[in-house]
Design a protein around this ligand. Structure first.
Ligand code: MOS
Length: 711
């Protein structure tokens, strides 16, 4: 059932796949020797680029007066739309995908949204750049824009996106929902709302761009190296071969660094304009108004069941903003398409184009906010049926993919619910009482599902003359543990001690992977490296060459089978009787995601996901200034990520599941799994505690109080 990892070092410093190896880059990180982008030192001191952002929403730039800024000692140049190097129009080529398209800036006297750069000051020092940026005078005429998006949009404002994240169709159905809904004896029809959210990675977006002869070398905090090269080449109209992207250490991304952002383009423009290295680090404040984020959502869920507890009908429909000029729609109904068997399913995603900063994948796109609604509604239905919410879920777990009828490669939801319930003590929860002083106690459960993606990847491994193995691939380590698990794969396959293995990542000169995103990084990059190592081992045994390449891509099994990870969350909350504050007191999650490559790093991933689950449920939310489309709580004091005090001891059970169809490595994604569903378990526990169903997230005290008053 749960893993029994190798936690003590193996003989001779060996390490196998599946061992609880501590992070191989840990010592570097805690001693400050891991070079993050903005830390990187060049021989030539870089110019510092400071962004002057638009303080209007959609607008026309009438004039930019840079005279006073240029007078500041140390200022070398101020780039505006008048003098910035020429670029390809934003969003081109249209067939390149959103992470590879042009992200042109300072290209025209128009501003698409609040926070968009209107000038870049380049100076010898940060102080000079910053002072001068304050002296750039920008005259803007606001243009009509659409900023707020609610659930009450008229039909004509709603658009059907071409697809939703993950490449799924916007609308999918199975059977006849209307008929099933008619037949249902017990029904829930509820609408849920979530606020916009921000990835808020610890490391701000940063770039250091420099010329190396004819080659533009761009050190940038990025999750995917390959598409960053393409995006820069497309934006700057350079040959792909003339752009090198380097990103060895990244301080978190959570989706906001999947593609390049303003810093990357501006630093590159600066390097082109001045022929000097340029560093641009975005400020926390500006990131909150301009970096990729998650849009707000309104989600209607309708569920119907027979009185004896069989789920018959599922409908999940969402409305979210889509940033104008940037095609991304979040698959809120992903869980509804995956989790439970029923006669009729209807899922629809609608978007409203808005003049907002970029909206993109963020931490568990789809399930993170979709399951808040869906798994709350499942709970509402179980309550209406007067059934135990665990038993109700168990009775309806899907046997095949509900929407397509395809067999699952593996689908452990039932076991996750059973194992999690056992570990939590679900059947004995009444013994914990209903109250602890002024805290009203409640317990909640929710299922977690998340699609498993495998992406094409390549890797190279070489045996050096000194007997060390060196692996190279353009995979990134965004804090997840890539260096560690990839080192384990090499050490295991080539039977070498860990300290004889060197893994080099984050350089576009290395074989291309799909990088870190969508929880596909480990299985994809790891599979490619495993294949390279096996090949090298074969070559060495046959007395052949000392270098080998590996390649992996999703095969037939990704066509024939539905691929998912699963989990189940169990949460105890306290609701303050007077203030309605919600505190999570205990959280247990049971997860199944194929082979566990390293229980230490996997557990950390799950903990991180669960922390964000608490954030999405209780604390995180961006508040929009509807006049200009700006987010108002633009720092970590106003945007509340859960802190140590918000997070109780978390318990994670990893169910070691064997799946031979999910790729060479046998592992699936774990990065986002811990987040999916946890928020709903919290909301369900709040209902259990105080009888109030809160359908507006996050569950801040005022939202809970209002729901309690209504009840
Ligand atoms: Mo993830 S939201 O694909 O980094």
């Amino acid at each position: 059932m749960s893993d029994t990892p190798q936690t003590t070092p193996r003989e001779g410093g060996r390490a196998a796949i599946g061992d609880a190896v501590p992070r191989v880059d840990g010592p570097k990180k805690v001693t400050g020797r891991a070079p993050y982008t903005a830390d990187h030192r060049l021989d030539e001191a870089p110019l510092i680029g400071w962004i002057v952002p638009s303080r209007a929403g959609r607008a026309r730039v009438d004039a930019v007066d840079t005279a006073r800024a240029l007078d500041v000692p140390g200022v070398v140049a101020v780039l505006t739309h008048r003098n910035a190097p020429k670029q390809a129009p934003r969003g081109t080529p249209s067939d390149a995908g959103r992470f590879s398209q042009s992200h042109a800036l300072l290209a025209a006297p128009e501003v698409a949204c609040y926070g968009e750069p209107v000038a870049l000051v380049l100076a010898e020092t940060l102080e000079a750049a910053r002072e001068a940026a304050g002296l750039v005078e920008v005259a803007l005429t606001p243009l009509p824009g659409r900023y707020a998006v609610t659930g009450d949009e008229p039909d004509e404002a709603l658009e059907v996106p071409d697809d939703v994240d993950g490449g799924m169709p916007a609308d999918m159905s199975h059977g006849d929902f209307d008929l099933a809904w008619e037949k249902a004896e017990v029904r829930v029809d509820a609408t849920y709302e979530t606020l916009a959210e921000h990835a808020s990675a610890m490391e701000p977006h940063a770039t250091l761009a420099t010329w190396d002869g004819e080659e533009l070398v761009v050190r940038v905090a990025i999750q995917i190296v390959g598409s960053a090269v393409e995006a820069l080449a497309n934006t700057l109209r350079l040959d792909k071969e003339k752009v090198r992207v380097i990103s060895p250490f990244i301080g978190g991304g959570f989706g906001s660094k999947l593609g390049i952002h303003d810093d990357a383009v501006l630093a590159s423009l600066g390097a082109i304009a001045t022929d000097r290295p340029v560093r641009v680090v975005q400020t926390r404040r500006d990131l909150f108004s301009s970096a990729p984020h998650r849009g707000c959502s309104t989600q209607r869920v309708r569920l119907g069941a027979s009185r004896d507890g069989r789920l018959l009908a599922v409908a999940h429909e969402s409305v979210m903003p889509m940033a104008r000029g940037y095609e991304f729609a979040e698959p809120c109904a992903a869980s509804a398409r995956a989790s439970y068997a029923c006669d009729g399913i209807l899922t629809r995603h609608r978007v409203v184009r808005a003049d907002l900063p970029r909206i993109d994948s963020m931490r568990g796109p789809g399930e993170a906010v979709g399951s808040l609604a869906f798994e709350s509604a499942v709970d509402e239905l179980a309550r209406a049926l007067e059934r135990d919410p665990v038993a109700f879920r168990l009775a309806n777990v899907a046997e095949t993919e509900p929407i397509s009828g395809k067999p699952f490669a593996s689908f452990d939801l039932r076991r996750c619910l059973e194992v999690g319930a056992e570990r939590y003590g679900w059947s004995r929860r009444a013994e914990r009482g209903r109250r602890d002083g002024r805290w009203l106690l409640g317990h909640g459960v929710a299922s977690a599902t998340r699609p498993n993606f495998l992406m094409e990847a390549k890797a190279r491994v070489r045996l050096e003359d000194d007997g060390r193995a060196v692996a190279e691939l353009d995979m990134t380590d965004i804090g997840t543990g890539s260096y560690t698990i990839l080192s384990q794969i090499v050490a295991d396959t080539l039977e070498l001690p860990l300290d004889r293995v060197e893994v080099r990542l984050g350089d576009s000169r290395y074989p291309q992977t799909a990088g870190s995103g969508g929880s596909f990084g480990a299985a994809s990059a790891g599979g490619a490296l495993l294949s390279a190592c096996r090949r090298l081992r074969g070559q060495l045994r046959a007395g052949g060459g000392r270098e080998a390449e590996g390649h992996i891509e999703p095969g037939e099994d990704f066509e024939k089978y539905a691929q998912y990870m699963t989990g189940a969350h169990f949460v105890e909350v306290g609701v303050d009787e007077v203030t309605s504050e919600v505190r999570v007191r205990r959280a247990v999650g049971a997860f199944s995601f194929g082979r566990v490559l390293n229980p230490t790093t996997a557990r950390s991933q799950l903990y991180g996901g669960m922390v964000f689950g608490i954030g999405g449920a209780l604390t995180e939310g961006l508040h929009l200034d509807e006049r200009v489309g700006a987010y108002m709580n633009r720092d970590l004091a106003g945007y509340h990520l859960p802190t140590e005090r918000d997070v109780p001891a978390l318990e994670v059970v990893m169910i070691g599941e064997r799946d031979d169809r999910c790729g060479l490595l046998g592992s699936k994604g774990v990065g986002e799994l811990g987040l999916c569903g946890l928020g709903a378990a919290i909301a369900n526990a709040v209902y259990d505690a105080c009888g109030a169903r809160v359908r507006r997230f996050p569950l801040t005290p005022d939202a809970v109080m209002a729901a309690r008053a209504a009840w």
